[in-house]
Design a protein around this ligand. Structure first.
Ligand code: FES
Ligand code: FE2
Length: 381
């Protein structure tokens, strides 16, 4: 790692330099990010990616005693609904005896029995019994019970946090919630629309690019690009603590969100309609609300590999007909392909070893500046 001062990002966008290239290529910097940013933040729990069972993760663990496995940053975890209470808990999916994964798929019951040597846990994660362990001194120890991970629901989704302490999820998402008070929260998971890809580029390049309105007129240019579908001059970037909202009027009001679904501040007496609410939630989640529903993107770092990102993409449908037209009217696949290609090129550009720290265009790059500074403060406080 470079000295901490080499990563500092000035609060004044007119003076600030971007994070150095090393922050995007250095394995040690990625390790530090995992220990700080990804340890302390609420992280979206990726929805199960199965065509057979399209229930959300939250639905899979709605009933008393229900449990379901999932992974966060490649780490196996499981969710467990209480048997004697309604509480939802999350634990490492690792037996405390000899580390066998405890939960292989959705199941339900008052106790959980490990498949390798029969250790039994209750629905609060406490060791109950195991053959051969009766009368052992100093047993069970605290670490023979399962270690909890924080979990919190949001609409039909779940977030987890490895750190035991921190602000509640509702605080992180307060501004997002304010924008969604009239937006339905019972969207249906689109079958077969889940995508998990390993794509080129550090996770921060994807977040940076998402927050960058400046590239739209170039990478998504007219004719036929996103720059045509929106009124680019109306593009707004709003910084809200741990979340950033970007939005613009649709060029054609028929492609805009029904004003009845949005707060009054998005109403336009001239009849213009919002093309999308593009929410970025620190550190690596985007929630994209369109007339057809919600597109969720997660940019997961891959431990030990700073030059790739695990890109998770699911759809949650409000209007099936509009969802079917998402590529034609909202350019869903086209914008995605253009961004993925641009970031593969940036990743190649970085390999020169001659990339200086950049500067920010003050009117156009408030989102990227916010993000770079937040990373710097979190990793090298
Ligand atoms: S690993 Fe679970 S009982 Fe041995
Ligand atoms: Fe883009």
């Amino acid at each position: 790692m470079l000295p901490a001062s080499a990563y500092a990002v000035d609060a004044d966008i007119r003076r600030a330099e971007s994070l150095p290239a090393a922050a995007f290529t250095d394995v040690e910097f990625l390790t530090r990010e995992l220990e700080t940013i990804f340890h302390n933040a609420w992280l979206f729990a990726p929805e199960p990616n199965s065509d057979d069972d399209t229930r959300s993760l939250a639905a899979q663990v709605a009933a008393r005693g229900a449990r379901a496995p999932f992974a966060q940053l490649g780490r196996p975890l499981f969710l467990q609904r209480g048997w004697d209470d309604d509480e939802l808990r999350a634990f490492g999916n690792t037996c405390t005896h000899a580390w066998f994964p405890l939960v292989q798929g959705p199941s339900r019951g008052p106790t959980l029995v490990c498949g390798q040597h029969g250790r039994r846990f209750d629905c609060t994660g406490r060791f109950v019994s195991q053959p051969g362990f009766a009368g052992l001194p100093d047993f069970p120890r605290a670490c023979d019970h399962l270690a909890p991970v924080a979990v919190a629901p949001w609409r039909d989704h779940l977030f987890t946090r490895f750190a035991a302490d921190g602000a509640p999820l509702a605080e992180t998402l307060a501004a997002v919630d304010e924008s969604l008070v009239r937006f339905p929260d019972n969207l249906a998971r689109a079958p077969g629309a889940g995508v998990v890809r390993e794509v080129a580029g550090n996770w921060k390049q994807h977040a940076w690019n998402y927050l960058d309105r400046f590239h739209i007129g170039f990478i998504h240019r007219a004719p036929g690009g996103l720059a045509d579908a929106i009124d680019l001059a109306s593009y707004q970037t709003e910084l809200h603590g741990d979340a950033v909202l970007q939005w613009a009027w649709a060029s054609d009001p028929a492609d805009g969100i029904d004003p009845a679904l949005l707060p009054a501040r998005f109403a336009d007496p001239g009849g213009r309609r919002v093309f999308a609410l593009w929410w970025f939630v620190w550190p690596n989640l985007t929630l994209n609300f369109y007339p057809w529903g919600l597109s969720v993107n997660v940019y997961q770092p891959v431990p030990g590999r700073p030059d790739v990102t695990r890109f998770i993409w699911t759809h949650h449908v409000l209007d099936p007909q509009k969802h079917a037209a998402r590529d034609r009217r909202w350019l869903s696949s086209q914008v995605d392909a253009e961004d993925i290609d641009a970031l593969a090129q940036v990743t190649r550009g970085l390999r020169s070893g001659l990339a200086p720290r950049g500067r920010f265009a003050p009117a156009d790059e408030t989102g990227p500046h916010w993000f770079h500074r937040k990373v710097a403060l979190a990793v090298t406080p």
